[in-house]
Write a protein that binds this ligand. Structure first.
Ligand code: KG4
Ligand code: ZN
Length: 357
């Protein structure tokens, strides 16, 4: 099975060709990602309209390159998959419409993939992981703990009630005049800082549910910044270290509750899987390692290029769905919001917040 995958939900334009064998194993034949970071950097965050236009500018050539690098002709494709959401709607429309055009012209099945499902299924491509497993997805747009029990079978165990973790890193970086994207910058600065200098809150610590909250912590950082202005270089390092320490403690607590909830409902997970850009953070990785060890399970973090947004994960999710006969029609809609767990509702008291419920 050969599947072309297209990703355009945020600020990466990506196309890839993946092969799935009958035994369920996978192989990446090409995986090309073009980041738009340079276009957005001076605004300190992703600008949706700029993102959509940048996807339009490069996607057709990127798809052609991915096909060429894979050495595959359109007639050989078993399907074309695109991330149909959730994400910035302009970008999603670009990717999905391109996939529909390819599917129509080459008379190939279309698969409209949920971007979160693609993150969730990636460890089955990289290390043939069997179900069920517990996914911790932490990126600029999403923070979720999900029980993955089968293709198309996801139960959300926890989510953020406000900001995503990566988003909080980016906003803290912006307050401290560090460049975008802020996560790596904050991590670097934190290495030279004192994590105990500022007594920042540990959001949601000790709660019985597995939800996250980042906005109070972010406000606490903002208050310290206003109090200290003008900031010395060491203030920036200490604020980064104190912020990161608070995120770590809160994340470890929320995840250990998440894994406990998993165990109660689905038995022992085969692994704890981390995905999303935040999983690149070394301090967070070692916190996750501790959570996994305490929960007597293995931590799996796919290689960085497959943890962050890419086309191979979309192609792979498409292949997994195709293997089950799950294809879509030409009226598949682009979706700004798309719950992975159709039964999940907003956490009590947070019905109107904007997080990716
Ligand atoms: O998964 P990703 O590449 O893109 C999406 O958001 O979809 O994640 C990017 C996010 C950004 O918010 C970035 O600041 C954060 O991941 N990030 C990090 C680190 N590297 C990237 N956050 C904390 N520490 C890092 N080292
Ligand atoms: Zn993503």
């Amino acid at each position: 099975m050969l599947v072309l995958g297209i990703e355009t939900t945020c600020d990466e334009t990506a196309a890839a060709v993946v092969e799935r064998q009958a035994d369920g194993s996978g192989r990446i034949l090409s995986n090309i990602v073009r980041s738009q970071i340079a276009e957005h950097a001076r605004f300190g965050g992703v600008v949706p309209e700029i993102a959509a236009r940048a996807h339009v500018d490069v996607l057709d050539r990127l798809v052609a390159s991915a096909m060429k690098e894979a050495g595959v002709g359109y007639a050989e494709l078993s399907a074309v998959a695109a991330a149909a959401g959730p994400g910035l709607i302009g970008g999603v429309i670009v990717g999905l419409t391109t996939a529909k055009a390819i599917a129509m012209v080459h008379d190939t099945p279309l698969i409209a993939v949920n971007h979160l499902e693609a993150h969730a299924l990636t460890p089955r491509l990289t290390c043939a992981l069997a179900f069920p497993y517990c996914l911790f997805l932490a990126s600029g747009g999403h923070t979720q703990i999900v029980a993955v029990t089968g293709v198309g079978q996801y139960v959300r165990l926890g989510t953020t009630v406000d900001d995503a973790i990566g988003e909080a890193f980016d906003k803290v970086a912006k307050m401290l005049a560090l460049p975008y994207p802020g996560g790596p910058e904050v991590e670097r600065a934190a290495a030279g800082g004192d994590p105990a200098r500022f007594a920042l809150p540990r959001p949601m610590l000790g709660r019985a549910d597995a939800n996250f909250s980042l906005s109070g912590l972010k406000t606490a950082v903002r208050n310290e910044v206003s109090r200290l202005m003008p900031l010395e270089a060491q203030d920036v390092r200490d604020l980064c270290a104190s912020f990161q320490a608070a995120v770590l403690e809160s994340t470890a607590d929320r995840l250990s509750v998440g894994v406990r909830l998993f165990r109660e409902r689905f038995g022992a997970p085969r692994a704890l899987v981390a995905a999303g850009g935040v999983a690149a953070n070394q301090a967070i990785r070692s916190a996750l390692q501790d959570v996994a060890a305490k929960a007597e399970t293995t931590l799996i973090i796919p290689p960085p290029a497959l943890c962050t947004d890419n086309g191979a994960m979309i192609a792979w999710a498409g292949a997994e769905r195709l293997a089950l006969g799950l294809t879509d029609t030409m009226d598949a809609p682009p979706r700004a919001r798309w719950l992975l767990d159709a039964n999940a509702s907003a956490p009590a008291g947070y019905a109107n917040t904007r997080a990716g419920f």
